[in-house]
Design a protein around this ligand. Structure first.
Ligand code: F7E
Length: 283
């Protein structure tokens, strides 16, 4: 597919021969591997598919990059705060031990080490961005922030009465995807590859996110939210909070968008999707 400056090539991350062909054909300067089955709860239901995509998929892209034999290609791997799992240490930084608590996170730990190995063994300019949760109005509808803002907009539109959720006590370090994509790019502009934690350093509960988003429309979420036991995970990480001092010092990166502004942007966008003018609510 061709646009003004974007070419979209189709391919499957689990298909090595296609990846080899594409890397040969495109001859990229930078490769960002963001491909994943990235939903934690789904990874409990589909651990094998998740591992094929998340773990072996990353290795197949690395191999395709190595096979082309071009030393100029720079590689970014989307690693995740999920690699830390329920560790005692808080906040988590690049030295915090990994303790993955779901199949998705196990696959990401495998990929993390492959990236490090390709950097050390083959001299590849390869970086792991250990990104904590990052959200935007484009977030998939089955992740909690978007599920909440979309559900809220549908409640206002009269399309649903209730919002079913799981663990409201979980705490996450949520940032805006726009800030985090900037960090990915910054990593590949460095002289050599490395591993960096990207996080805001602040953690909020799902309850806090409900307060902010429903509160922005003057509503009390407890009038609408019900707990669905099926949405509770076999293990859920109770709190993530990241320390991104290394990225702040080495890359000069810092997050610019607050959780309040992110939630308001998501609420306003979901209202607009329902044909409701967010200005009615003072947005
Ligand atoms: O859950 C709780 C849930 O699915 C956040 C992915 O991008 O970030 C994301 O993983 C929290 C969890 O994201 C519902 O139990 C309550 O404690 O939005 P989430 P996640 O699992 O943190 C990391 C960094 C990644 O790498 C992942 O790929 O919210 N929660 N009720 C719920 N979560 C969902 N999805 N749906 C609920 O109804």
């Amino acid at each position: 597919m061709q646009g003004d400056s974007i070419y979209l090539h189709f391919g499957d991350i689990t298909d090595s021969s296609r990846l080899n062909d594409l890397i040969n054909q495109v001859e990229p300067n930078e490769v960002y591997n963001l491909a994943a089955q990235s939903h934690v709860q789904i990874s409990f239901d589909e651990p094998i598919h998740t591992s094929e995509v998340v773990a072996l998929g990353a290795l197949k892209v690395l191999e395709a990059v190595r096979n082309i034999g071009s030393s100029h290609i720079r590689f970014y791997q989307a690693t995740t705060s999920e690699v830390y799992g329920n560790v005692e240490a808080s906040p988590q930084d690049e030295k915090t031990p990994f303790h993955p608590d779901n199949p998705y996170a196990c696959g990401k730990v495998f990929a993390f080490h492959q990236v490090r190995l390709y950097r050390e063994a083959y001299g590849l300019h390869a970086s792991n961005g250990i990104l904590f949760n990052h959200e935007s109005p484009r977030r998939g509808e089955n992740f909690v922030t978007r599920k909440i803002t979309r559900g809220l907009a549908r409640i206002i539109a009269g399309k649903q009465d209730k919002l079913l959720l799981g663990n409201l006590d979980a705490r996450r370090d949520w940032g805006h995807a726009k800030d985090y994509v900037q960090a990915m790019w910054m990593m590949l502009q460095q002289a050599s590859g490395d591993d960096y934690v990207i996080a805001t350093g602040k953690s909020y509960s799902v309850r806090d996110y409900l307060d902010i988003s429903f509160g922005s429309l003057g509503l009390d979420w407890s009038d609408y939210v019900e707990i669905d036991q099926n949405l509770l995970r076999p293990i859920d990480v109770s709190e993530f909070i990241g320390d991104s001092k290394k990225a702040r010092n080495a890359l000069g990166w810092e997050p610019k968008i607050s959780l309040e502004d992110l939630a308001r942007e998501m609420v306003a966008t979901d209202l607009a999707h329902e044909g409701i003018d967010p200005a009615q609510f003072g947005f």
